[in-house]
Structure formats: C-alpha cells, structure tokens
Design a protein around this ligand. Structure first.
Ligand code: NAP
Ligand code: MG
Length: 401
C-alpha cells in the first residue's frame, strides 16, 4: 500500500511524561505505517525547553503562524516541585499560555462521544463544544477590602485629562470591592474565533452573557458579537444552514440541558471556567476531551484537554504496566491532519483522519478500553488493556475498515 503524502508540513509539538510515551506509540502504530508524515518537529519536553531558555515554545507558536496547523502533546507547567525535579534555570510560563499569547486564540473543548460511555444528561446525543474567552474580567481584577465607613468611586482619567467619576457605593460598614476590565480588541478576536470555529464544524453558535444586569460591560460583548456576525459571517452562516444565537447565561444553561447537543457555546471567561468543568464531567472523562486553539487569523493548534498523566508515568518508569487512555491525543492528531488536509485539498489525508477516529471509537464500542473507561462504561464485560495494547487494537480495527 502506498503511503499518503502531505503537501505542507504539520507543526508537531512534542511534550512530557506519559503523554510523550503515548505520542511515540501513536506515531509508530497509527500514523507512520499509513502516512508519509511531513512534520516540522518542536520538542517542548521540559528538558529541551530549559536548554533553550523556553525559546523553543515561541518558535513552535511562530511555526503554527507560518504553516497554519499544529498538533501538541501535553506539557508540564513548571511549579516549585518541577524546578527541583528538572533542575530548571527558571520557572517558565505555561507553554499553552505562551502559545496562546502569540497566536491570540480561543480554546474550544469538545467531548468525544462513544456508545457505552454515556453522558450524565441522557438527552445529549451530540457533543457540546465550549469556547472560553480567556482574557480579563475577574481573572485580572483589582480587589479591595473595605474596613469601615467610606465611599467607593469608579474613576477614569482619559489621556486628554478628562475625568469621569461615579459613586459605586457609600459603605456604612466593612465590605468588599472589586474592579475589572476587558478590551474591545480581545472581545472582537474572541468573537471571530468563535464564528470561524462554528463554520468549520458546521454547528450553531450560542453566545451568552448577562447584559440585562451588566448593561454596559456585558452589553458590549453582546454588541460586538452581533456586529461581527452581521458584517463578516452572516452570509457564510446562512450558506451553511447554521445559526448564531444570543441568550442570557441562565437561559443558555437551561436550554443546554434540554438540547440534543451539536452546539458551540461561547462563554465569557468566568462562565467558561465553570461550565467547561461541568461539561467535561457530565460527558464522562477528561481523557475523552479534545481541545483546539483557534486564532482569529485562522491558525489551529490541536491537543488533548488532559495533562501529562504524571502518576502513570512514574509507574511506567518503574517498569509497571500502565493503562493510559490515548483517545484525546489520537483525536488531536486526527483533528490536525484533517485540518491540514482541508487546507491543502488533500482528500486522502482528510479521509484517513475520519477513518482513524472511526477505528478508535469502534474499538471502544467493541469493549476494548483502558482502565479509566472500564470504570465508567455501561458495556458488559469490557476488556481492560494496557497503553500499547489499546493503540494496537485500534490499529487492528483500522486495518479492518
Ligand atoms: P492530568 O495529567 O490530567 O492527570 C490527572 C489524573 O487524571 C491522572 O492521574 C489520571 O487519574 C487521570 N487522567 C488524566 N488523563 C488521563 C488519561 N489520558 N488516561 C487515563 N487517566 C487519565 O493532570 P495532573 O496530573 O494534574 O497534571 C500533570 C501535569 O500535566 C502537570 O505538570 C501539569 O502542569 C500538566 N498539564 C498540562 C496540560 C496541557 O499541556 N494542556 C493540561 C493540564 C495539566 P488516575 O491517576 O486516577 O488514573
Ligand atoms: Mg476551572
């Protein structure tokens, strides 16, 4: 059989610990036998990040800007314990944070649905993708502890010297106070990423906030989404037969529960923080959740939503058997290869990505799965396999399709 050729390189970003082990297995068993892999490789393993003073992370992000699509393995975000473990020169920032700052993107998280791993909400037949605006609001707040009587004011001094002053509250006794902000430019790029993503997956887009209460702040979010939709995306949405829908956050929550899924739900920063955790637990497992960073300029970076699975890695290092779920990492690859195929008009590559996902899902539905899924499946007598056996079982299914 002739291998599938790739026109443009895919940016391959390697990572750490157990996911780095899975990465190699996935390439050897599920990709290299079928594709003449054309990747530009960046090693974001913590050791190499340290050797390059974290320069490699910025280089990887810039390569995604150059080629348009990347696939990333989970990476360690250094903390005090990692400083010691890896003898690091510096406590580097989270690679995802660095990459996101360079690409200015929004992260979309989507559960992978399989028969036998049932969502808690039985009506959900299709995945619900959550898009979180990861800038500003309460995450960049300024807080103040009020200790007694006094007046709180909101003051803005414009560069031309004009001052606007409003009383927030006259305190009769102790309390708390908080100030926060956002930027039109950030909201605009968030909106563009969301519209672009909804178009790419051909699903309706919902955006929710609380503009009835927060008329200026949330009102601005609503207004920007509507304007960008009308000016830049309306025609394309109508052509695809999908809709853009704005509603209040509490109404969105109620409607999501009654929906069948198949929706992209754009949330403000805090709402996205809360509801992405609700959705991932309601759909089953973090190991069955993919994540893609979409920049407003149309660059894509695919990854698994989970971390490096450190606990399993230490077992692996001890020579013990591991049963780590590689589904989200496989889907990161298939997502990236499909997007690369779409951009290059490479139908063989797109078809392979579809086939790989189908083989992965069918393998689990046949009852072959890793330990994390065995615990939650409704399939009778599931067969628990180790990390490599699971990937090999997918290969067997793939060959049979
Ligand atoms: P984690 O790697 O997501 O793992 C937490 C636990 O969840 C695991 O111990 C395991 O539970 C279960 N789990 C997660 N993924 C699994 C999989 N694929 N298969 C089976 N079980 C899975 O989170 P963490 O241990 O808190 O973080 C480890 C490292 O990952 C940290 O250094 C952190 O900085 C990094 N991290 C990176 C990213 C990223 O690159 N996007 C995201 C999050 C965290 P059991 O142990 O009970 O089996
Ligand atoms: Mg959270």
């Amino acid at each position: 059989m002739e291998k599938i050729r790739m026109k443009t390189p895919l940016v391959e970003i390697d990572g750490d610990e157990m996911t780095r082990i899975l990465w190699k297995m996935i390439k050897e068993e599920l990709l290299e036998p079928y594709i003449d892999l054309n990747t530009e490789y960046y090693d974001l393993g913590l050791k190499h990040r340290d050797e390059t003073g974290d320069q490699v992370t910025a280089e990887a992000a810039n390569a995604i800007k150059k080629y348009g699509v990347g696939v990333k393995c989970a990476t360690i975000t250094p903390n005090a314990a990692r400083m010691e473990e890896y003898d690091l020169k510096e406590m580097y920032r989270s690679p995802n944070g660095t990459i996101r700052a360079i690409l200015d993107g929004t992260v979309f998280r989507t559960p992978i649905l399989v028969k036998g791993i049932d969502p808690v909400v039985s009506r959900w037949e299709k995945p619900i993708t959550i898009a979180r605006h990861a800038y500003g609001d309460v995450y960049r707040n300024t807080e103040y502890r009020v200790n007694g009587k006094g007046t709180a004011k909101l003051v803005f001094e414009a560069e031309d010297g004009t001052v606007s002053e409003q009383t927030i509250f006259r305190f009769d006794g102790p309390g708390v106070l908080q100030g926060m902000y956002n930027l039109d430019a950030s909201i605009e790029s968030f909106a563009r990423s969301c519209f672009r993503y909804a178009l790419s997956v051909k699903e309706d887009l919902w955006f929710s906030s609380k503009d009835t209460i927060s008329k200026i702040y949330d009102g601005k979010f609503k207004e920007i989404f509507q304007r960008i939709y009308d000016e830049e995306f309306k025609t394309a949405f109508e052509q695809e037969g999908i809709t853009y829908f704005y509603t209040l956050i509490d109404d969105a929550v109620a409607r999501i529960m009654k929906s069948k899924g198949g929706i992209v739900w754009a949330c403000k920063n805090y709402d996205g923080d809360v509801f992405s955790d609700m959705l991932s637990s309601a759909f089953g497992s973090l190991a069955m959740m993919t994540s893609v960073l979409v920049s407003p300029d149309g660059y894509y970076e695919y990854e698994a939503a989970h971390g490096t699975v450190q606990r399993h890695y230490y077992k692996y290092l001890n020579g013990e058997e591991t049963s780590t779920n590689s589904v989200a990492t496989i889907f990161a690859w298939s997502g990236a290869l499909r997007k690369r195929g779409e951009l290059d008009g490479n139908q063989e590559l797109t078809a392979f990505a579809d086939k790989l996902e189908k083989a992965t899902i069918e393998t689990i539905e046949q009852g072959v799965m890793t330990g994390d899924l065995v615990q939650i499946t409704t399939i009778q007598n599931p067969r628990k396999v180790n990390s490599l056996e699971f990937i090999q079982a997918i290969r067997t299914t793939l060959e049979s399709l």
